[in-house]
Design a protein. Sequence first.
Length: 359
Amino acid sequence: MSDNPSSLHLLKQDLGAGPSDKNFNRQRTRMNNMVTARSVFLSTLIALSIGASAPVCAADSTSPAASYQQVADSYSFPLGDLQITALSDGTVPQDLHELLTGTSHAHTDDLLDKEFLANPVEASINAFLIQDARHTILVDTGSGDLFGPGNGGKLLDSLANVGVKAGDVTDILITHIHTDHTGGLVRNGLPAFPNAIVHVGAPDLSFFLDPSNAGKTGYAEQYFDEAAKTIGVYEELGKVKTFGDGDEILPGITTTLHPGHTPGSAFFTVTSKSRSITFIGDVIHVAAIQFPEPDVTIVYDVKPENAATVRKETFADLAGRRELVGAPHLPFPGIGYIRAEGAGSFSWHPVEYRNRAGQ
């Protein structure tokens, strides 16, 4: 940085000294040092400010991925006399090359690229809260601690963020018995929701609590082991109620069974004052792939062909009725609408975001 002559001249006048005066030279040196220090401070502050305010971007191949964690997350909206809240249990990475069937790696990558994504992708784990004057109801419970530290397990924090304690929950609706939906039922081997009744499709309960079905079907044993450690704990305490197709399990909440992903995969349609939302469980895992091509299946399906048929029928039905949908693995909050795009293809449209008082 060059000296500013006019500033030095004014300084000389203030000091009442000539350019050769020692006092003036000392003051000049002091001023230069202060300017240098101030410049360094401002440069650092600007750099920090830019870093703090910059948007989070996908890491490129030349730099390591950033390590970060979101705060407890929720999104609430009214539905008639009810309040519906989407709750984040976190996200987990999914290697679609290993998980998807009925597609090629190259085609998967092409479809992801259209949505500005790349393999592996992050899958949201969403749970949903339904509240009225008498009930505090959860739809699914996330993974708990069964996926290991840092992967899921944030549901209780998200509940606390909206002022709900685990003991407040009266009922839990399980879309199907997989770890990322039932893992949060327990904590340290004990019921995480001590006052809740768990509602689950009868075919799922009988299938997953019978470990011999692993050998009969070739389905991974871990699902049966984890079912015993989660929903099995509530079953032993007599706190599980099963339902069939078309049952009204609570006021305004009806069920339908859609076997394929699991034998008792269930939807819950919640209605209040002529408004409704349907929670569809794992009919959809990857929006970028399975909306445009619903025939693509995933290794988690017990019966992949049935799961694909259910997906196509479900999408067509929900799109035709313009039904509001809650989905556990679409990007948080997982609330929105499905639209038919023709030729068996569909698209996802997240609900309009609101953050204000009033309806």
